[in-house]
Design a protein around this ligand. Structure first.
Ligand code: CTP
Length: 356
């Protein structure tokens, strides 16, 4: 790869070996190392890894790494035998001890045709690791945030479930925003097609009952709970043991109430997280219905979701929400990306944890 693609994409100069010996040579490596918030070495070869472990500085990259004041994140990429070699493993251990961060490597097929541990992480995972490191001193550092996401699945028989249109996008975005703010994030998720944010502890559940149990288990040590999941209100009273057969005719499905997780959290008393946020998906009388939910569920924050339009709510990437709090005026946000909604919500949560 030539420097040109980097320059074109970033709009910044891409430095090469030639610059180390150029006219600015005596300050370049120090300048780069001092001005960065994070030094990411991706891909990192076994040779560079070894130089970094032993303080060698014979090229622009290694001399910059030695001068760097910022954290270093390494994404190794090498053949399986090279990565597993005791010399490489010892270098990884040495660097980890010095608080150098690692992303990967992962298992997979190598250029050599071999399969094993040594592949470079995928870009999305690398980006997730970068966010994790950059966020670690954020306003939620030292705080535990539990987020629920997705639509629960209530079984009818071994192959069929009763569920809803929730994609999980808003809950996953909130988890990512919490990690960006430095929180220890726990994501209790119903099945979705999404990749969980790097750094989140993920608890996979299916039913409202399973979600309830996980949330109650995580709550006592949590500072904040965000109930973004679309939890079933009703579930089939009985799940058939065997697949319901067409030849047996159309079944009548009797429903019963599913557990109300927020009500159960309310009963935790002193074990309840300091800040509990609920969501309200409403298709009519948004503020009236949401205000009543805030009150009845004794929530600290409520994100009222207008699902009456096709560009907000379930399945789409955008949301139009109003944030309600017990003793402050409602904050109506315009149509935003779910990522932007998540960042605003996490900023409000961080502010309220700071100044209750
Ligand atoms: N919720 C919950 N347990 C349930 C259902 C919902 O904890 N069994 C939570 C949701 O995660 C959300 C909030 O309650 O944060 C409101 O969910 P919503 O479905 O909008 O409200 P309901 O209380 O179910 O009221 P309604 O169906 O009358 O709108």
């Amino acid at each position: 790869i030539t420097p040109l693609p980097f320059q074109s994409v970033t709009g910044r100069k891409a430095f090469t070996e030639a610059d180390l010996w150029g006219s600015d040579a005596h300050v370049l490596h120090v300048g780069l190392g001092h001005s960065a918030d994070l030094l990411v070495i991706a891909p990192c070869t076994a040779n560079t890894l070894s130089k970094l472990a032993h303080g060698l500085a014979d090229n622009l990259l290694t001399v910059t790494a030695l001068a760097a004041q910022c954290p270093i994140l390494i994404a190794p990429a090498m053949d399986v035998g090279i990565y597993s070699n005791p010399a490489t493993q010892e270098n990884v251990r040495l660097l980890s001890e010095r608080k150098v961060y690692f992303a990967g490597p992962v298992e997979g097929r190598m250029a050599s045709g071999l399969t094993g541990l040594g592949r470079l992480v995928e870009p999305a995972e690398l980006l997730g690791n970068i966010r994790l490191v950059l966020g670690r001193a954020g306003p939620l550092a030292g705080r535990k945030v539990v987020v629920t996401a997705g639509g629960t699945e209530e079984p009818l028989d071994p192959v069929r479930v009763l569920t809803n249109r929730s994609s999980g996008k808003q809950g996953y975005a909130i988890t990512q925003a919490a990690i960006d703010a430095g929180a220890t994030a726990v994501l209790v998720t119903a099945p979705t097609c999404l990749m969980p944010p790097v750094g989140a502890r993920v608890i996979e559940v299916h039913t409202a009952q399973e979600m309830l149990e996980s949330v109650l288990q995580e709550c006592p040590q949590a500072d904040a709970l965000v109930m973004a999941a679309a939890v079933a209100d009703f579930r089939p009273k009985r799940a058939a043991q065997n697949k319901l057969k067409r030849r047996d005719g159309i079944p009548t499905i009797e429903l019963e109430a599913a557990p109300d997780i927020l009500q159960a959290v309310l009963k935790l008393g002193t074990q309840r997280p300091r800040l509990v946020t609920g969501f309200a998906a409403e298709s009519q009388d948004l503020l009236e219905n949401a205000g009543a939910k805030l009150e009845s569920k004794k929530l600290d924050l409520l994100v009222a979701n207008d699902i009456s339009t096709s560009d907000a709510g379930f399945g789409v990437d955008t949301n139009r929400v109003t944030i309600l709090t017990a003793n402050a005026p409602a904050e109506s946000l315009p149509l935003l990306n779910k990522t932007e909604v998540a960042e605003i919500l996490i900023a409000r949560i961080a502010a309220r944890l700071e100044n209750p």
